[in-house]
Design a binder for this molecule. Structure first.
Ligand code: N01
Length: 854
């Protein structure tokens, strides 16, 4: 007799529900697992269409929690087919006696939180009522087929098949006239099989998709060898990777190499036959449209290579969306299908379906009769299965109501107002943007650990705080905002289901980062949660996440490169290293004109580079000093930033070189910076600028020089500057501030690197000079208006802020911008870190304001 009151009710017996059941039992929790199907397997139980296969290689798409399985279960292929994956699920269920803990052919209709009993009441399709302390939805992300929303679907008298609900006995299409509607993964996988049997096949395509061949075969020996050699290391690498699959990380922008090189690199990725490899070829495929377009071009060229009829090839070539923003597909001979004489492609964007009829499909003035129609039209993804159950939380609030404008969760695991309610791979977690097996295991383990911890400490309920949920929403939005996903109508955005709120449903910050956040939340005393029970309460409101996601991603990539520390290099080596790094970055936007020249420095000629806007001049002039700790860099080393500022602010930027330490120590750089300003002031008109509209700007050590020359101009009779734009400037040689301690390690510019710079540049005594530490100036009055930008995770943050405060105290108009989640270098990474865009837009408007009204 099944228990009516248990610790945990789990809905779904796919890979998530099965593992959770195993862990709950191990920890001594009573549970009921309720499953609508008549066997385990979840998505692999339902999706039995011909050709259904996992797009993630079997080395990576398998449980890790039972290491014996690695030897016990031999996968026959690199990409396992659905029957084999289902057999695997059944094997595991038998081995671990999971069948005995699962009620099959039972649906959950309703679940309601009883706040007085602190329990959930669950109503099932069999009329049973079960109470439980904790309620877990392990219902999968793609389990509710969406309504095909085509007129006349109920009229057709022939055979109707839905890929996500395929008959268990299979379908023989031999000799049939078949229509397939949809060209997503399910269609792309099933089409070659259907085409091989059908007498006639018509494919109705609304949006063409990117697909690459799976090159299926035996498991790749190199991956198997790595896995077998050190299982733990391999699996940990997967867990901490961006997508849940160990993979080489890209280090170069698609825009930093020639098209030929880019295509050669993509070809290499293509040959691997791994779903995630193409998108991981370059650093910026997911975030930069131009970089993404390189991949799109490559993918389209592949379609044209295979499909013989150029018009059909073009119809199959995606044009309207960025690669990866709709789930890319893997296929075996998909595009080849369209070379078969009995296969026809109908582009329903041009020839819309008017109706399904009793005998076939009417479209664009044509009627075609069919024996079978296959709907491969997708799913109500991520939220469909969850809100399909009538779930009522505290104060009568239903989840459907709460989520009517889009799902709100904390960590994609929990949601405010619904205590002791958990989702496995829910919206707001990496889920469908990851290797599901890795994400499932992580969520199961998090829930298990939370339950054990609560039990140990005597807590009965756990619920996220509203602040934590809001923080998570902001973080998810930060992540989504830097990607190209939101420009595309995809099921990731809920856009495939009419009326569904348009929001990026999965968390796109990466599997490893997400795991770290969840672990941190638990380790720091359930950060963002309120726990209650037995007269006790524990409230730990947050904050949750601070760093900009793209900045953190870059740091992750850099960590994998194990770069030598700058301070261990000689200046010459460090310069070589910086030059090599610069070749891998994106070049920045085009500007009207770039001209190089020389000017008289304090001790001989030095180089400059002028960036002129495309608009008609003369333009306001910004004398720009590059970063590099007075040791590294040149007038061209901040090229992308200079281009960006020139374009955004419509001003002329003159980036000037100066002598570098240790060859020329303090005050050589200051003398040159000052000489440059005077020379520009004298020659502004000749250079195409407005002589009475000059400002200075600089980044880091260049910000230091800009601040210093602004003081010198005030004290030496001009030029009269319109403003000073200081980006993460050095202002104080004492290096005493709190940000040196908080951010001294791990954020590219480290405390040690700063010390190395200072040691090369200036003696302890010299650092006290106002020409080295402009913050020490006895007076900052009458300086030009300033804009000072600091990065939250920069060792120099506090000295930048201190300078801004001191200027303001002295009556100087100051705009201070604290770049949330940024490090010292990130704001300058034009076209590589999108989160810097808004900061640079502010910097540009700061520049415009310096010159406004003139
Ligand atoms: O569904 P989809 P799917 N009229 O939504 C079209 C996973 N999966 O079942 O793009 C005409 O991708 C729709 O057109 P459009 C994987 O994550 C994994 O194929 O909306 N057409 C689209 O072409 C995948 O992404 C694996 O314009 C209509 C198609 O139907 C996800 O499941 C295998 C239409 C739906 O494509 C879903 O894939 C299979 C209409 N009214 C699936 N409505 C593996 O890992 C929709 N369409 C192997």
């Amino acid at each position: 007799m099944a228990e009516k009151d248990v610790d945990v009710v789990v809905v779904g017996a796919g890979f998530a529900g099965m593992y959770l059941l195993h862990e709950l039992r191990k920890q001594g929790f009573s549970s009921r697992v309720l499953e609508a199907g008549d066997d385990v397997g979840g998505t692999w139980y339902w999706n039995r269409y011909p050709g259904a296969r996992c797009d993630i290689a079997t080395t990576d798409y398998q449980y890790t929690w039972d290491p014996e399985l690695l030897d016990e279960w031999q996968w026959s292929e690199k990409h396992a087919a659905q029957p084999e994956i289902l057999r695997y699920a059944q094997y595991v269920a038998k081995k671990h006696d999971l069948y005995s803990g699962i009620d099959f052919e039972v649906r959950v209709d309703k679940a309601a939180w009883d706040d007085s009993a602190k329990k959930w009441t669950i109503h099932t399709s069999t009329g049973e009522t079960i109470t439980c302390r904790h309620y877990v939805m392990a219902t999968g992300c793609l389990s509710v087929p969406k309504d095909p929303d085509i007129p006349g679907t109920d009229r057709f008298k022939g055979n109707v098949y839905v890929t996500g609900r395929w008959p268990h006995e299979g379908v023989d299409f031999t000799g049939q006239r078949v229509a397939v509607i949809g060209t997503g993964s399910s269609a792309i996988q099933s089409m070659p099989h259907i085409a091989s049997q059908a007498k006639q096949l018509v494919v109705f395509q609304r949006t063409p998709n990117f697909s690459m061949p799976a090159f299926n075969g035996p498991q790749p020996p190199d991956r198997v060898a790595r896995l077998k050699a050190d299982r733990i290391a391999y699996q940990n690498e997967a867990r901490m990777s961006p997508t849940g699959v160990p993979m080489e990380m890209a280090t170069v922008s698609a825009l930093a190499v020639s098209r030929e090189e880019a295509f050669a690199m993509l070809e290499k990725s293509w040959r691997k036959g791994e779903l995630l490899q193409i998108g991981a070829t370059f650093t910026d495929v997911g975030i930069n449209r131009a970089a993404n377009e390189v991949v799109c071009d490559f993918m389209r060229s592949k379609i044209h290579e295979v499909v013989k009829d150029p018009e059909t090839a073009e119809t199959l070539s995606p044009r309207g969306h960025a690669y990866g923003t709709k789930r890319p597909c893997m296929d075996t001979n998909y595009f080849e299908v369209f070379n078969m004489p009995h296969v026809r492609l109908v582009d329903i964007r041009k020839k819309p379906i008017t109706s399904i009829t009793e005998t076939g499909i009417d479209f664009d003035g044509e009627s075609i009769e069919f024996d079978s129609i296959v709907y491969a039209t997708g799913f109500d993804a991520m939220t469909g299965a969850i809100v399909n159950v009538d779930i009522t939380g505290k104060n009568g609030l239903t989840l459907k109501k709460k989520w009517e404008n889009g799902p709100l969760t904390y960590l994609g695991l929990t949601t405010v107002g619904f205590p002791n309610f958990y989702m496995i791979t829910g919206p707001g977690s990496p889920s469908v943007l990851s290797n599901m097996m890795v994400s499932i295991e992580q969520h199961v383990e998090w829930i298990r650990d939370a339950l054990v911890d609560m039990r140990d400490k005597g807590f009965e309920t756990i619920e996220p705080t509203a602040a934590a949920e809001e923080d998570w929403r902001v973080h998810c939005t930060d992540c989504a905002d830097i990607t190209l996903f939101q420009d595309t109508n995809s099921w990731y955005m809920g856009a495939n289901v009419p009326g569904k709120p348009r929001v990026l449903l999965p968390y796109i910050g990466g599997v490893g980062r997400y795991r770290r956040i969840c672990t941190e939340a638990m380790q720091r005393g359930f950060l963002g949660f309120e726990l209650q029970g037995n007269g006790k309460q524990q409230l730990n409101p947050g904050p949750v996440r601070l760093m900009q996601p793209d900045v953190e991603m870059m740091l992750d990539v850099m960590a994998t490169l194990e770069l030598p520390p700058i301070e261990a290099m000689s200046p010459a080596e460090a310069r070589g290293f910086m030059d090599a790094s610069a070749t891998m970055r994106a070049p920045g936007p085009d500007v009207g004109e770039i001209v190089d020249g020389t000017f008289p420095g304090a001790d001989g000629d030095l180089e400059y580079r002028v960036y002129r806007p495309a608009s008609a001049g003369p333009h306001p002039v910004v004398v720009y000093y590059h970063g590099g700790g007075w040791v590294l860099g040149s007038h061209t080393s901040d090229d992308p930033l200079c281009r960006d500022l020139c374009k955004r602010a419509d001003v002329m930027i003159i980036s000037v070189n100066y002598r570098h330490a240790p060859e020329a120590r303090f005050p050589a750089a200051v003398d040159d910076a000052w000489a440059a300003l005077q020379w520009v002031a004298k020659n502004a008109s000749v250079l195409g600028g407005k002589p009475d509209q000059i400002a200075v700007a600089g980044w880091s050590a260049g910000g230091n020089l800009a601040a210093v020359v602004a003081q010198m101009a005030r004290d030496n009779g001009g030029p009269k500057l319109k403003g000073q734009l200081l980006l993460t400037p050095v202002t104080d040689g004492s290096r005493q501030s709190a940000s040196y301690i908080e951010n001294g390690e791990g954020y590219v510019l480290t405390k040690n690197v700063m010390e190395w710079f200072w040691n090369h540049y200036a003696s302890a005594e010299d650092r006290k000079s106002v020409k080295a530490s402009p913050l020490l100036a006895p007076s900052l009055a009458n300086l030009p208006p300033a804009m000072i930008v600091t990065g939250q995770f920069d060792p120099l943050r506090d000295e930048g802020n201190a300078y801004a405060h001191a200027l303001a105290d002295a009556g100087v108009p100051v705009k201070r911008l604290q770049a949330r989640g940024h490090i010292h270098t990130s704001i300058t990474m034009v076209d590589m870190l999108p989160s810097g865009q808004s900061v640079r837009a502010h910097m540009a408007s700061g520049l415009r304001e310096f010159f406004a009204g003139e």
